[in-house]
Design a protein around this ligand. Structure first.
Ligand code: PLP
Length: 392
């Protein structure tokens, strides 16, 4: 008889400190309930524009089904770099400063692994996208959460950043427009952060995936600030702006030394991003702006609808200026975020995400995605009002 195997004995210890995503737990609850109105998911409710799908179909029909260069198709890298000069005045060389990845998710993972040594501290501005803290831990680093606050419109302040820096701090992860708060930082505010980054000789991973979804003025890319291109790994992708989440296509821009090291991981773990998705991304950059701007205008209408509606029913909500999330306070209800979201789901079948899933400073808030139809938003607001009234 061979020795019996206990698979749990084989699990890596490093994973044991990482809790499963709080969002997942909520989606599991949602899947058990019928007729849910969902303000839960962070995913466009639009189908990818037809011309992008058509470009992919055509490419497959032509037999383009192979691997591409590890860096990604040259044409896509060139289009991305041209776009960065056009929009932000930042010059990246498509030959060695751009890497096409399988979503920002992959880019984030390899960016962190590229710069973090075991024991390095990485500052994560919170509330934050759920993948940042686990990704730092996967790389052997120590995440250091820095809270932002509604009184400051969820923007990182130079003082709070400075207070978190130690001699072990290696990098800061920032994400504006922000998931889950919708906060946006203006150029002059980012300049103050850049001063501190330079003074303490830090690196920045700037996740700008919501760049196109800004409603009160243009987006400032962190790499466009004086001296910051060399200190930044810029992450961006097609999931949100072009409703291409299922294509898994994104890119990282950084100096040649950084891209070369990111490539080292990428070529052995991912090899390359899917060719059809790369073809779709080229089409999106070349011809996708009209459709994309149409979706952004619709998000803007929904944003105003939901923010006004939430404030009217007594859930105080600061004005999100980007992404597609409203982040109202539920503190007046006397319930924690989790209890509020869970009861709202069970009693009124409205799915949202409790704010503390994005870091403890998110407690007392709720993430409501407005990547949902206006009809659904209105119905959800009615049900939320009934729910709040029932608490009194
Ligand atoms: N970064 C942020 C801030 C996000 O909100 C998301 C998805 O919700 C991602 C990255 C993942 O993006 P991708 O679909 O490109 O992997």
């Amino acid at each position: 008889m061979r020795q019996k195997c206990n698979p749990t004995d084989f699990l890596a210890k490093s994973l044991q400190s990482i809790p499963p995503s709080g969002i997942r737990r909520f989606f599991d609850l949602v899947s058990e309930i019928d007729e849910v109105i969902s303000l839960g998911v962070g995913e466009p409710d639009f189908i990818t524009p037809w011309h992008i799908r058509e470009a992919c179909i055509h490419s497959i029909e032509q037999g383009e089904t192979s691997y591409t260069s590890n860096y990604g198709l040259k044409e896509l890298r060139e289009e991305v770099c041209k776009m960065y000069i056009r929009k932000h005045g930042v010059h990246y060389d498509p030959g060695n400063e751009a890497l096409i990845t399988t979503g920002v998710s992959e880019a984030l993972d390899i960016a962190i692994r590229t710069i973090v040594n075991p024991g390095d501290e990485v500052i994560v501005v919170q509330p934050s996208y759920v993948a940042y803290i686990p990704s730092v831990i996967f790389a052997g680093g120590t995440p250091v959460p820095v809270s932002t606050d509604v009184t400051n419109n969820f923007k990182i302040t130079p003082e709070s950043l400075e207070a978190a820096i130690t001699d072990k701090t290696k990098a800061v992860i920032i994400n504006y427009p922000n998931n889950p708060t919708g906060a946006v930082m203006k150029r002059n505010e980012l300049e103050e952060i850049a001063d501190i980054v330079a003074e303490h000789d830090l690196f920045v991973i700037s996740d700008e995936i919501y760049e196109c979804l800004t409603y009160n003025g243009d987006h400032t890319s962190f790499a466009s600030l004086d001296g910051m291109k060399e200190r930044t790994i810029l992450l961006n992708g097609f999931s949100k702006a072009y409703a291409m989440t299922g294509f898994r296509i994104a890119y990282a821009l950084a100096t040649p030394e950084i891209i070369k090291s990111m490539m080292l991981i990428h070529q052995y773990t991912m090899l390359c991003a899917p060719i059809s998705s790369q073809v779709g991304a080229i089409e999106a950059i070349k011809n996708g702006d009209t459709q994309m701007q149409k979706m952004v205008r619709e998000y803007d209408r929904r944003r105003r609808l939901i923010v006004r509606g939430l404030n009217n029913i007594g859930l105080e909500c600061f004005e999100p200026e980007g992404a597609f999330y409203a982040f109202p306070s539920v503190k007046n209800s006397g319930l924690s975020s989790e209890d509020f979201a869970e009861s709202l789901l069970n009693e009124k079948q409205v799915a949202t995400v409790p704010g503390d899933v994005f870091g403890s400073c998110g407690n007392g808030f709720l993430r409501c995605s407005y990547a949902a139809s206006k009809e659904d938003i209105k119905r959800a607001l009615d049900r939320m009002e009934e729910f709040i009234t029932s608490l009194k």
